[in-house]
Design a protein around this ligand. Structure first.
Ligand SMILES: [Zn+2]
Ligand SMILES: [Zn+2]
Length: 297
């Protein structure tokens, strides 16, 4: 099953059968970044990655400020591409204003961060567009990992805002390619079982536009294999954060369970549990997702 977004009117005309379960959640940028920044700061209090989590919190606090104005763009919902994919909506340079504001918000920071900021400011608009397009096309090795964090954070605010403005309705289609975001065509960051709602259904969370889309449980989110899926966690069997590993394609992605820990925030907790990634990779699995704050390898 994959998910496609179509205009509401079309849904009525076609008499499409709507599934009972929600297939897609668009992001709520006004609360998402505030919640994420708080969670990052909480996790930083008791974590070996404390400095890094606080650095991420600082970026996310700026993202919360940047999200203020609606963007006057309505992507088409009438073709074969996800509405915010580059194929359907070419990248304009609005996101560069976000980047500049984000870079200027850092003062009294470490020498290393300051030098990345200075390095980025030396790029002209065309160079920045090219770096952004490389990242959006998954060519992560063509952009410096430290620069990528800032560029992606600015792009993410832009796409998250646009995703929250889409009026289209999600419908299920009979194909198996469910692992890329149906809104913007980017990789998931991880999957989440949302608190209390929806009977323990699992959703993939987009690393770029922050939408969440439905994918059945106990199924590889990369190759759709449903056999020999195994789980690793750092502590007990019932841990709230696990890696879901596929023996067929040797990939893994984290699954975070808010029913077991209601405070979980998918991106923040994914960074704070980096040690679980290292352990899973030692077992021979490669991550099939992207955390927007972990580009540098
Ligand atoms: Zn997306
Ligand atoms: Zn697989």
């Amino acid at each position: 099953m994959s998910i496609k977004i179509i205009p509401r009117e079309q849904l009525e005309q076609q008499n499409t059968v709507i599934r009972q379960i929600p297939l897609l959640f668009y992001p709520s940028p006004k609360t998402l970044y505030i919640h994420r920044a708080e969670r990052l700061k909480t996790l930083a209090r008791n974590n070996s990655l404390s400095d890094y989590l606080n650095f991420c919190a600082k970026i996310v606090e700026q993202q919360a400020i940047l999200i203020k104005k609606p963007i006057d763009i309505s992507p088409s919902l009438n073709n074969d591409f996800p509405p915010l994919s580059l194929e359907n909506l070419p990248l304009n340079d609005i996101w560069q204003d976000y980047l500049l504001t984000l870079l200027n918000s850092f003062s009294n920071t470490t020498y290393q961060i300051q030098s990345v900021i200075e390095q980025l400011k030396q790029n002209d608009s065309n160079q920045l567009q090219e770096k952004a397009r490389n990242l959006l096309n998954g060519k992560f090795n063509l952009v410096d990992g430290n620069e990528s964090i800032f560029i992606w954070s600015a792009l993410s605010v832009y796409y998250c805002q646009l995703a929250s403005q889409i009026k289209g309705k999600a419908v299920a289609e009979n194909t198996n390619e469910s692992w890329l975001c149906p809104v913007c065509n980017s990789m998931p960051a991880a999957s989440i079982i949302q608190l209390g709602a929806n009977n323990g259904l699992r959703y993939l969370h987009c690393s770029l536009c922050e939408s969440e889309w439905y994918v059945p449980r106990v199924k590889c989110t990369c190759c759709d294999n449903m056999q020999d899926i195994q789980y690793f966690s750092l502590d007990k069997e019932l841990a709230a954060i696990k890696t879901e590993c596929c023996d067929a394609c040797h990939s893994y992605l984290k699954i975070l369970d808010q029913d077991k820990d209601p405070h979980i925030e998918i991106i923040a907790d994914d960074i704070a549990s980096l040690i679980l990634d290292i352990k899973t990779e030692e077992e021979g699995f490669a991550k099939s997702g992207l955390n927007p704050f972990v580009f540098a390898q």
